[in-house]
Design a protein around this ligand. Structure first.
Ligand SMILES: O=C(O)CCC(=O)C(=O)O
Length: 357
């Protein structure tokens, strides 16, 4: 069960959350969910969980050899024919790295070859963003720590039936692999924090923090991207700012037919979500909570963690806030997608307000 002592959000200025943080606190003892939520998630503060928290994971035993290095042979035997996305660490593709599809066994063949030849600078290939859970839903490589079980983003993708996707990834990379093309000047940036993540440890990267990973040893990692009530305001501000940028970029075309629709289209391409999708996301998350409360049935996250009542109310309060922001955006009325009265944010806001009153 994940539960909060109170359903009231505490709102911090997340822009100043980087102030006065000079290291990553290391959590070695269990901490209550409520304490973690209030101290780290809501305050958007980083931390590292010790390897004790993942001790029982299947991935910790089956993916590692007795001497503690990635058991690549196991991967060849179990998943060798899987198609996996592989990036060239030195290539930049927009704000990421260009990826090609490999058979896992071919990628591991490349990786084994690197271990055998250590001369000169080799091309560095990094297996990134492999949707492992989606590809092998019954394998049970790990259980998401309950501290991260409030995750609206993965919840949304899990219940969607139009597109199959998620934000749960496995990465694999040889010693020296890095997503460095993302921030090429990171090494010389002032005010940066460095942390070494040891085997089995879990790192919480706060919302909105630019980050870069450099694998000091051959590495397999499990990564989740997430959104929940503690950072939804960051996502909302980012969406608004992205739309402002799109509008600015094509302001000289303002006279064209359906300029507003074109801006939404560009927003979706550049940001991954437009206003309609953001609203659909909020509506899906809210309606699941409303129906759990009204039908007195459990809300379960990652198929394991039950979400407590205070938590559900907390989530609804955050969505209420977000809907108010959306409705205050004067551009909303001119977006055609919002013309359906039955599905309008006003209606959802009313439903939430009724539940909360
Ligand atoms: O492990 C990596 O190389 C990067 C992972 C990452 O940056 C992320 O999941 O946000």
């Amino acid at each position: 069960m994940i539960e909060l002592n109170s359903s009231d959000p505490i709102n911090y200025d997340l822009d100043s959350s980087t102030d006065a943080i000079s290291s990553f606190p290391r959590l070695t003892q269990p901490i209550s969910y409520d304490d973690f939520f209030r101290e780290f998630l809501e305050k958007n503060k980083p931390c590292v969980f010790s390897s004790e928290f993942t001790r029982e994971w299947r991935a910790r035993s089956d993916w590692v050899t007795p001497i503690g290095i990635p058991d690549v042979q196991y991967f060849v035997e179990q998943f060798g024919d899987a198609d996996v996305p592989v990036a060239d660490c030195d290539q930049k593709h927009y704000d990421s790295q260009e990826k090609k599809t490999y058979k896992l066994k071919d990628y591991i063949h490349y990786w084994n070859g690197l271990r055998e030849t250590s001369c000169g600078k080799n091309q560095c290939l990094y297996l990134k963003d492999w949707h492992f859970v989606q590809a092998y839903p019954d394998y049970g490589a790990y259980t998401t720590l309950h501290y991260f079980a409030s995750d609206w983003l993965n919840e949304f993708w899990q219940v969607r039936d139009d597109i199959q996707d998620d934000y749960q990834f496995v990465y694999m990379g040889p010693k020296g692999s890095c997503d460095s093309s993302k921030y090429p000047k990171a090494a010389s940036a002032s005010g940066r924090l460095e942390v070494i993540q040891e085997q089995g440890e879990t790192i919480f990267v706060p919302s909105g923090w630019h980050h870069q990973v450099w694998n000091l040893e051959d590495t397999i990692s499990i990564n989740h991207n997430w959104l929940n009530g503690t950072n939804i305001q960051v996502a909302w501000h980012f969406l608004v700012e992205s739309l402002n940028q799109v509008e600015f970029a094509i302001q000289d075309c303002k006279d064209m037919e359906d300029w507003v629709g074109q801006c939404q289209l560009l927003l979706r391409v550049t940001h991954g979500m437009d206003y309609k999708e953001f609203y659909t996301f909020l509506r899906t998350v809210a309606q699941r909570r409303i129906s759990c409360l009204s039908e007195n049935k459990p809300l379960v996250s990652f198929d394991v963690w039950t979400v407590g009542k205070n938590h559900i109310l907390y989530d609804l309060k955050k969505i209420q806030w977000c809907l108010e922001q959306l409705l205050n955006d004067e551009r909303l009325d001119s977006i055609k997608d919002f013309s359906d009265e039955e599905n309008h944010p006003v209606k959802l806001l009313d439903d939430i307000t009724t539940v909360l009153s």
